[in-house]
Design a protein around this ligand. Structure first.
Ligand code: EPS
Length: 337
């Protein structure tokens, strides 16, 4: 697979810091630190988060790859320090819905803490920082993005009230959100191999967020006839236009120039004040799941993470198609098309 923009992360939820190395960013891209920090703040906000969010004030430190606020073409190293850098207690009561059960068997770990620490959604903070850098690149080509919540639990409005209700009951809520990217060039992704489709890459990136169970591109086609679902083409002053975008901007695994519309469903967070029934790994007795603290609802945060994950895919595809070592070279290739 061609991959220009790629990143790896490391770090535990209550470790010293979260780290990422991004490779493949061209030189001369202005790195707006305030923009990255604002993205981190967006991820921390949203109604229903736990008090961990008032302990943390995520900010980025860039330790390599930029000079005078511009990229040099070298790998970029990002760090976010955890304020809650503390030794947390060991535990052995599996939390159903989390990685505890399969993770502890897979890695032969008796302390479920060793699974929790890396499986935690805390690592999405550094992923959002990587996505912010991808967004800065996309912005140079006037590609923008936004997201919104479509549903929380069973309701499509009065979200805060619904979250308050769940919190009072010691419960948690999932939901559905939408991410839209605008002004994409035609032809990102490809149909020529199974692993080069833009929709497949986006689905994998969004599904990689721990609590995501469903990813949709465009309108749900279930129950629609072909004549109702597909986006017909018309001419307007010699230009091809569409009056609908049910395909969500992707046909044949490629961007078609329409808005890219991605919707995803997040499951309710499995850690709850009202604990689930479970089993203790060591004593093999039935018990209640381990509880430390938990978000009641993190759908809004999840939509920010999804924006970041999709931005990374689109940045990679943009570099694959219009490649170059400097921003100027890529812009030249982009204009030439
Ligand atoms: C998170 C930090 C974590 C969790 C949450 C996401 O903090 P702590 O473990 O100290 O409470 O609040 O993790 C999960 C919901 C999860 O499923 O892992 C964060 O920074 O977003």
């Amino acid at each position: 697979m061609l991959n220009k923009f790629r990143f790896l992360t490391a770090g535990e939820s209550h470790g010293k810091c979260l780290t990422a190395i991004i490779d493949g960013i061209p030189s001369n891209l202005f790195i707006d630190i305030d923009f990255i920090n604002n993205e981190l703040k967006r991820r921390q906000s949203g109604y229903g988060r736990s008090n961990r969010m008032s302990i943390e004030a995520d900010t980025i430190e860039i330790t390599a790859g930029i000079h005078n606020n511009k990229t040099t073409g070298a790998p970029i190293c990002l760090v976010i320090y955890n304020h809650d850098f503390t030794e947390k207690p060991a535990f052995t009561k599996y939390r159903p819905g989390h990685a505890d059960f399969a993770g502890s068997q897979k890695y032969n770990l008796n302390d479920l803490r060793d699974v929790l620490e890396r499986a935690s959604a805390r690592k999405t903070a550094i992923e959002v920082a990587c996505g912010a850098i991808a967004k800065l690149l996309l912005k140079e080509f006037d590609i923008s993005c936004s997201s919104k919540i479509l549903q929380i639990g069973n309701v499509v409005e009065n979200f805060e009230q619904e979250i308050d209700k769940a919190k009072e009951q010691g419960d948690s809520l999932g939901g559905k959100f939408e991410v839209i990217f605008k002004n994409l060039p035609i032809g990102l992704g490809s149909y020529v191999q199974w692993d080069r489709g833009l929709d497949g890459k986006i689905a994998q990136a969004v599904m990689s967020i721990g609590a995501i169970k469903t990813v949709e591109i465009g309108e749900n086609p279930l129950g629609k006839n072909g004549s109702e679902y597909h986006d017909e083409m018309f001419l307007n002053d010699g230009k091809i236009i569409r009056k609908t975008n049910n395909a969500g901007g992707i046909e044949g695994g490629m961007s078609n120039g329409e808005d890219i519309i991605v919707r995803a469903i997040m499951k309710p967070i499995p850690t709850m004040l009202k604990p689930l029934k479970t089993v203790d790994k060591i004593s093999l007795s039935e018990c209640e799941a381990y509880f430390e603290r938990s978000d009641t609802c993190a759908v809004e945060a999840c939509s920010v993470v999804a924006e970041a994950k999709i931005a990374c895919i689109l940045a990679d595809e943009l570099l694959n198609k219009f490649g170059g070592d400097s921003l100027e070279e890529i812009k030249k290739h982009y204009k030439e098309l």
